[in-house]
Each structure stands twice: as structure tokens, then as C-alpha cells.
Design a protein around this ligand. Sequence first.
Ligand code: F6R
Length: 609
Amino acid sequence: MCGIVGYIGERECSFLLLDGLKRLEYRGYDSAGMAVISNGKIDFHRSQGKLYNLEGLLRSKPIKGKVGIGHTRWATHGAPSEKNAHPHVVGSVAIVHNGIIENYLLLKRELIKRGACFLSETDTEVIAQLVYFYHQEGLNLEEAVRKAISRLKGSFAFLALSSKEPERLIAIRKESPLIIGLGKGEYFVASDAPALLPYTKRVIFMKDGQMAILSRGGLELKDFSGTPVPFQAVDLPWSPLMAEKAGYKHFMQKEIFEQPRAISDTVRPHIDLDKVEIFFEEFQITPNELREIEKIWFIACGTSWHAGLVGKYMFEKLCRIPVEVDLASEFRYRDPIINKNMLLIPISQSGETADTLGGLRKGKASGAKSLGICNVLGSTLSRECDCVIYTHAGPEIGVASTKAFTTQIALLYLLALYLASILNKIDLERKRAYLLDLLKLSGQINTILEHAQDIERLASKYKWARNFLYLGRGIYYPIALEGALKLKEISYIHAEAYAAGEMKHGPIALIDEDMPVMILAPKGETYTKVLGNMEEVISRRGKIIAVTEKDCREVKEKAKDTIFIPSTNPFLKTILLTIPLQLFAYYTAVFRGTDVDQPRNLAKSVTVE
Ligand code: F6R
């Protein structure tokens, strides 16, 4: 949801900033721009569309300088266009911004009355106008920025430059992420770690309400009142290679194929198989407190919400504890009945999703304990939860979430087993068997990935379908939701998921010979019911693609096409079923020629409501 980068140091920075923007392009890609202080003046380029347009501009008209800021945009206020792209430059001041200024209209009116001339439709331009206004009145850049932010309402991370103070870069963070990378005599700033990885692993995660004043000689961190605040640098746990495509055509493809590693990195450190023990060092909630928990409440958005739905089945079945799952955007504006004996589990890959953070704050204010599941170290979610457990998926750059989802499920499975043991709901032998299943999982995923070409062939067969239905029952219903979401977001085929038993209550009317139906039909409690649902589809001439297990002869007989997964326990089958659905969506999108890693209208982390 917009990516921002900044640099101050001894290097020529325009292509360095461009490289950072390329690594953040997943956050927004409808326009881009950069401003550099060049011979005491602000020199800048902006362009509509993808970053290669900006790159083209930079190559034809290079801009030189060693202090600069850059931006890749996901439009909120004002259509994607050159004039709405950042940086917004007003006189000596240039600003790039991620977030939303809620009171921008009021401020805009006030500034126009004072003679300001606005050139864009964005909320961001008020920041540039305000800073310029105060700067003109005689305040230095730091003071002008401080005065401007005292007027702003909303969420914002922004970077400010002034040609009057060419040796300074100012970074502000309020409810939108910002990280400072520390080099030798140089500083980097970015919305997210992948932009910094090629240059430094040593970083400071800025906190809300902080301002950083960067010059070649040093760094000062202050609160919004101007009081210096202490800070601590940490090392990022990711290597630069993790944020590269490593020979794959797309990040999404790489991330699908990385899942065996990602899952094992996520769960292995928590398991002692000899002692049949699961441990979470990060846990700040004592076993006694856990025993008092009356309800678990998952909140999340999109794919992470689907992981929460799977979690509900696991925790109810294994721990016999009531579980609610809410879309964070609904939860935060309802009046949910929460108390201190509830465990709120926000799930988020990025840890920056505005609605999930809003839900977390609401739950905490009502006294609930909070345990975050998150993939990004130092993210807002990880800092605001009472404790956090990380999925070690590594940076997820493809906009469509893949490895984050399966690592979330794997971690929830482990957490459910952990809680079930504390609550004495599981005996040692069953626990050992479940742990062994988990340790076998990466190998089983590899077996599916080895047959990716079969799924590619299927995608080629169905690539021109206009609609798709996805059906699943019980714990596999959320996987149907996830499969349909993957297909629609990257291939733009309309896909809907239903709990298979619900089909006859309406969606069955949609079925005809042009409607392919993806049915999740592994063995288990609902197997025979799903066979019945398949018959209902067949008798209406729908074409079935079934994902099932090798010995499910009946499914193979009924389906037009069949994809097989290895057998495991029902909880982990959710992960195995997900892999073919991810591959199917991926190859379909490739055949249709869409932009797989950066599908239209989407952004990786949704930091606005
Ligand atoms: C879909 C997808 C989104 C995210 C959602 C939540 O492929 O990626 O639906 O799952 O925006 O994001 P996080 O998990 O970062 O909170």
C-alpha cells in the first residue's frame, strides 16, 4: 500500500532508490516517482504506470545527487496519474507518503485561502504544502515538519527533503511502517525490509510517533514533541537472496515451491520429538493463564482469515474450546463481547494490515490477551500483541499469499496441539503421531510439487473458463475459499467457493456444461457426503476437477479430472490440498498472460482501511 524509500550518503542515489522501489513494488504499482537533491535544487521525476516507466525517464534524463526519496503508489485519493504520483514538490520541499491524511480537505481549504496552489487530487499534497508553508515562515525543515504533523489526522509514514537543507532527510512514522537501515556514513529508509536487504541488515524499526533526522554525520530519533528518544538497532534475520526470484519466473512460483522449507523452518524449532514436547519460548502467557481461557478469537483479513477459519476447526476439535473467527474489518466495527479470559489471535503475514491492527487494539482495550501470528519481524502487529509467534516463511513478495498461508496453518496446528496438551485433551501417543505427521509434511508437499506439470496441463485445459465454483466441506471449506481467492486475484476468473452442503441452497442454479467445479474430496468424515455433492454437479452437466487421495476410487470415477495428494491426518490435509490449488491458479494466470506477481488493483499490505 505504497512503498517509500530514502537515502542519504556518499553514493549517487537515483538508481539505488529505483532498486529499493523495485523491491517494494508489490506494495503498489500504479505510478512511481523520486526526488533527489541535485546541486542544491530538488530534481524529480514521476510517471504513471509501472516502475519501468520511471526507469525509462531516469535513463533518458538522469538525475544526480546523494540525498533522495522515492515512492511507488497504490492510489487512494486521486486516480493513478503523473500529477498524483509522488513526490509532491512544493517550492523547496519534496514529500513521499504512505497512508491517509483524514483531514486533508479541511487543511486544503485553509491552505488555498492562504494562497496555496494545489496541483494534484491527493491527500499527500497537503503535507508538502503545510511543510513548505511553515518552512517559508522561517522554521527549519525539522521544525516545519513537526508543526505540520501536529495538524495532521490519519495514518502516515513520510519522508521530507528541502533544497534549503540539502544535507538532511527527515522520516516520520505514525501508523504506517518505516525502517531505517544503517550503513557506514549512510542511511537508508524504507517501508519494508526487502528494500534494505542488499545494502544492510542492521536496522532500526521506527515506532509510532517518531521522527528521524538523518544526515551523513548521524541519526537522531525524536518523538513528535521534539524530545530525543532512545533506539536500538537489530539485525534482520533475512538474507538478500531470500528477496530474489532465484531463477523462477515469478515470485509467486518461487514462493509456492519454497513451502517445504518455509513450513519446516516455522515448526521445527518448536518441537522436541524425543520428549514429545512442543515449546514456544515467545509465549508470555503462562499455562495457568491458558487454562483459564474461555474462548479463542481469530481476527484477520483475506488469506490470513482463511487460515483462521482452518484454525477454528483445529482448536475446537483438539482443544474443545469455543472459537470465533472474524474478518478484522467487521470485528472492529461490531460490538463483540470480549473479556479478559479471551485469547485474541490476530493473524497477519505483513503485521501491518490496518483492519487487523484496528481489531487487535479493540480487543486489547476490552481486556483480551493477545497472541499474534505474523511473518514480519518488528512489524506493528508483532509489537502491539502481548506476545507473537513468527511464521518463518521468509519475505513474501508475490502479492498473492502462498507460503504465508500454509505456514500460518502449520503454526496453528502446532499451537492447537500445544494447548490441547496443557488442557489434557490429548494423550502422548496421539500427540506423537500428530507431530510425526507434521514432520513428514514437507516431503509430502515436495511430492505434489514434483507433479506440478500435471497441474499446469489442467490449467491449460480450463484457462478460458469464465467462472469457477470451488466446493469443500468441514475443515476443507476454508481451503475452497482460499483456492477461489487465488484464482480470482491473479487470473481474474470469477471464482466462488461454497461449503459443498450449501450448494443445493442456491448456487446449484449456476451449474451447466460451462461451469467447471473444483471439488475438495479427500477421505474423512464428510467423504460420502461430498460424493453425493459430486453427483448433483454431474447430473447438471458440470465438469468436476477433484482434489483427492490415491485410493479414493469413487472420486476418480466421477470426476473429469483428478489431482492426487498424499494421505495424512485431516488437519494437515488442508495444507496438502492448498498446494495444487495454488499451482492451478498460478499456471492459469500465466496462460492468460496476467501480471502474476502484481495483479491489477491489489497491493501486498493493506495499510489503509
Ligand atoms: C491474498 C492476500 C490477501 C492478504 C490480506 C491480509 O492472496 O494476500 O488477502 O491475505 O490482505 O494480509 P496480511 O496477512 O498481511 O494481514
